[in-house]
Write a protein that binds this ligand. Structure first.
Ligand code: ADP
Ligand code: ZN
Length: 512
């Protein structure tokens, strides 16, 4: 077997291992199984490429994305690593199988659907296997954000080769998902290796959305380098691109609905540009090598904290100061919660709700954003980082439990079908036509709020929606969510950051 450092220099051309790479490579070479949790860009591929090159036999790499597989084969080839993939588009699968049997391959990439077939199991019986690398290993866990049933079926194949070390790799797995991956893939607990998740050069900011076009424009004025603005739909990216059109820098849209040549052209233009802003769906960014992205903004909530970490992680790969901005609205949470209740299979709803609650706690927090992110990934960070909105400008907080209880009571008394504007009218004692029409001026909650309390109704409603104490229907009608009861009974309090003055944020947004 060749010395790992020697291979690191001669094959990869690197002088040092990074972070946990060395430990992972050594464990694998000594035949132990490992789960390596490493953020994007930390250098996961080397962790299996190097041992596969060093050891006798072929490294079998389970990878879910055929498109990425081909890229990986190409870049391994370029390093002089003998790699191939077996997919539906492999030109000469027989040649690949022969090469595997003859010990002519360092790496074989295969999708889980194929790896779990009987034919593949028979093929491996005839080959010498150096290791199993399971990429995107969070897909094996129902707790993960991207569960794929085929991953669950890998275990028998792995168990047919008990002496072969397993190396599971993922960039995004919270504590519970990690534990599950270990169990599912039969990796011992002491095989868990976690790289540091902190990206100290990224400054995190979270703001309620209040005119997204002008909010992002303000950001574009402050940050002149390339940036990505994530929107949640194709239409939204196009609209944003239009709103952001600027005389001084190029703005393009990117989403899966564009013709492939247009997509490729926009992506190439972005990679080459020093000032372009791309309004994109999350389809954009994966596998793009652009170290100098100066900001990543989200025009709506991401799917989870894991997704947020991964998407913002595309900023500042070069280590220079970079910005991550998240603009959110209560309707984002309302929509996400409705999706969970209507589109997610029942036995997965609980996990999805918890993921959304964690995200809500993050956007609502008045404490260090980085600390929340890092704790989510199992680290024990300092209480403050000095480089996020809440550390730089500690928000004043205000206990709004009483306002929340009054708002919940009003929703209850009006039979849980009216929106926040109507509830505010009732609570403020505004006997307008609609209030009279429904007889709501006769309710006990009519006119029970002071002017100061009324000013807080919207931020409080946003907070209650985020934490699932209120739910909104398609028309904005508010009803109780499971967290309402504890607040009404006085068992839970509601504390929010004092909302920024609208006037101030408006004028800053428009730059006058
Ligand atoms: P990941 O899959 O974890 O996102 P990659 O394996 O694609 O990351 O590696 C990210 C980049 O880091 C690649 O350009 C790779 O060549 C580089 N890299 C990996 N290991 C090292 C190292 N030890 N020293 C310097 N660069 C490295
Ligand atoms: Zn901080």
């Amino acid at each position: 077997m060749t010395d790992p450092h020697h291979l690191l220099h001669h094959i990869f051309g690197f002088s040092e291992f990074r972070g946990i790479q060395e430990a992972v490579v050594e464990r694998t070479l000594s035949g132990h199984s490992t789960l390596a949790v490493m953020p994007t860009g930390a250098g996961k591929s080397l962790c299996y490429q190097l041992p596969a090159k060093a050891a006798r036999g072929t490294g079998i790499v389970i990878s879910p994305l055929i498109a990425l597989m081909h890229d990986q084969v190409r870049s391994a080839d370029a390093l002089g690593i003998r790699a191939a993939s077996l997919t539906s588009v492999t030109e000469d699968p027989r040649a690949v199988r022969d090469a595997l049997r003859d010990g002519q391959l360092d790496l074989l990439y295969v999708a889980p659907e194929r790896a779990t077939t009987e034919g593949f199991s028979r093929l491996l019986q005839e080959a010498a296997i150096a290791l199993f690398a399971i990429d995107e290993a969070h897909c094996v866990s129902e707790w993960g954000h991207d569960f794929r049933p085929d991953y669950r079926l890998l275990r028998p194949l792995l168990d047919e080769h008990r002496e072969v070390p397993r190396l599971a790799l993922t960039a995004t797995a919270d504590k519970r998902t990690r534990e599950d991956i270990l169990v599912q893939l039969g990796i011992p607990e002491d095989g868990l290796m976690v790289a540091g998740f902190d990206r100290p050069n990224i400054r995190y900011h979270v703001r309620p959305r209040d005119g997204i076009g002008s909010q992002v424009k303000a950001l574009m004025r402050a940050e002149e380098g390339p940036g990505i603005v994530y929107a949640t739909s194709r239409a939204a990216t196009e609209k944003l691109a239009e709103q952001l059109t600027s005389a001084t820098r190029p703005v393009l849209a990117y989403h899966a609905g564009l013709e492939p040549p247009v997509r490729a052209r926009n992506q190439a233009a972005f990679v080459d540009s020093e000032s372009m802003v791309m309004a994109a769906t999350i389809a954009f960014g994966m596998g793009i090598d652009k170290p100098d992205v100066r900001f990543v903004a989200h025009a709506g909530i991401p799917k989870s904290i894991e997704a947020y970490y991964q998407e913002t992680g595309r900023a500042g790969r070069d280590g220079d100061p970079s910005e991550a901005w998240l603009f959110w609205g209560a309707e984002d949470f309302a929509r996400a919660r409705r999706r969970i209740e209507t589109e997610v299979e029942p036995d997965r709803r609980h996990g999805e709700r918890e993921r959304l609650n964690a995200l809500a706690a993050f956007v609502e927090a008045a404490t260090c954003r980085r600390a929340i992110l890092l704790r989510h990934f199992g680290e024990e960070p300092p209480e403050t980082c000095g480089n996020c909105d809440n550390c730089l400008n500690p928000p004043e907080t205000i206990d709004v439990t009483e306002v929340a209880r009054k708002l919940l009571s009003a929703a209850f008394r009006t039979e849980m079908r009216f929106g926040v504007a109507h509830l505010a009218a009732v609570l403020g004692g505004d006997d307008n036509e609609k209030v009279r029409q429904f007889g709501h001026h006769k309710l006990s909650v009519f006119g029970i709020m002071t002017a100061e309390e009324l000013a807080l109704v919207r931020p409080v409603a946003r907070s209650l929606l985020a934490r699932d104490a209120l739910r909104a229907d398609d028309y904005g009608g508010l009803s109780f969510g499971p967290a309402a009861k504890a607040i009404l009974k006085g068992e839970a309090s509601v504390v929010i950051a004092v909302p920024p003055k609208r006037a101030r944020s408006r004028s800053r947004g428009e730059g006058d």
